[in-house]
Design a protein around this ligand. Sequence first.
Ligand SMILES: C[S@@+](CC[C@H](N)C(=O)[O-])C[C@H]1O[C@@H](n2cnc3c(N)ncnc32)[C@H](O)[C@@H]1O
Length: 303
Amino acid sequence: MNKDFSNHVVHKPVMIKEVLDWLAPHKNGVYLDATFGSGGHTRAILESEPECTVIGMDWDTRMLEIYGKSITEEFGNRFIPIWGNFAHLYKMAKEHKLNNLSGILADFGTSQIQIFTGEGFSVYNDTVLDMRMSPAYQKITASYVINKSSAEKLREIFFQLGGERHAKKIVHAIELERLKKPIKTTGQLANLIEHVIGPTKQHLHPATRVFQALRIYVNHELENIEAFLPAAVRALATGGRFVCISFHELEDRIVKQFFKEHEAILDIEILTKRVIKASPEEIALNSSARSARLRAAKRSDKK
Ligand SMILES: C[S@@+](CC[C@H](N)C(=O)[O-])C[C@H]1O[C@@H](n2cnc3c(N)ncnc32)[C@H](O)[C@@H]1O
């Protein structure tokens, strides 16, 4: 991790107005922000309703240490920081008595701070090829995956998680390269991919899709969401709101499917009949909002 972890880079929280509209914080409400990050959404909730409490969870300890501290200084005991992986919410809910919550927010993916100051996330920063969001608690790095996985496994990761059409060619080049020397840095991998597939038509770096796929794989991002969603519904009070923001089609598909299935078994009522996107005004100010997709539901009467 670079030394300037907390400096210079700012994560702009997306769709703040929409989050507040759908979460509808109320007096004495207790909310879980399952992806605290640098606390932008937590702060918005705390400011919008002066008599509510927010539990801020993140599995990146640095987020809680740095940004959790400043939110605590400002909001005192209305903010409760909790370290943890939201995939383990069932267990954590028991430990921390997280039940009958008034609302839960999840803003999936990585924060801009992790991308630009963490190791291995950005194709533009030449760092160690790491990509672990919670390095203190995860063993497998992106470099390990690239150097040790079979060609078939790499093709599957790049194609399924990144939609990379040139997966076969890229994996072939990786196989040749790693026979000579291990691939240990983002620069090595990004240059190799650029060399193999050349420039893309869009303004994206040619290695973007592979980097995204590796990040999702290393951090088990989709599996974590799958484990989190049912535990989140359970932790809500009747009428409690559940708001999810996805940045990737695969994440949004999991949320959409889950909401449909759980509406069918009367666990929840879907509030957003169509997916909600950021406004053109927000996208003009924050290009990361372009791919944000928000869905909201309400906990139905507990059976
Ligand atoms: C898009 S950022 C959230 C930004 C936040 N809403 C804000 O306003 O600053 C996603 C955050 O979720 C955290 N995260 C990702 N996967 C997680 C997981 N499985 N459990 C807990 N936190 C996770 C990341 O460490 C990151 O800080």
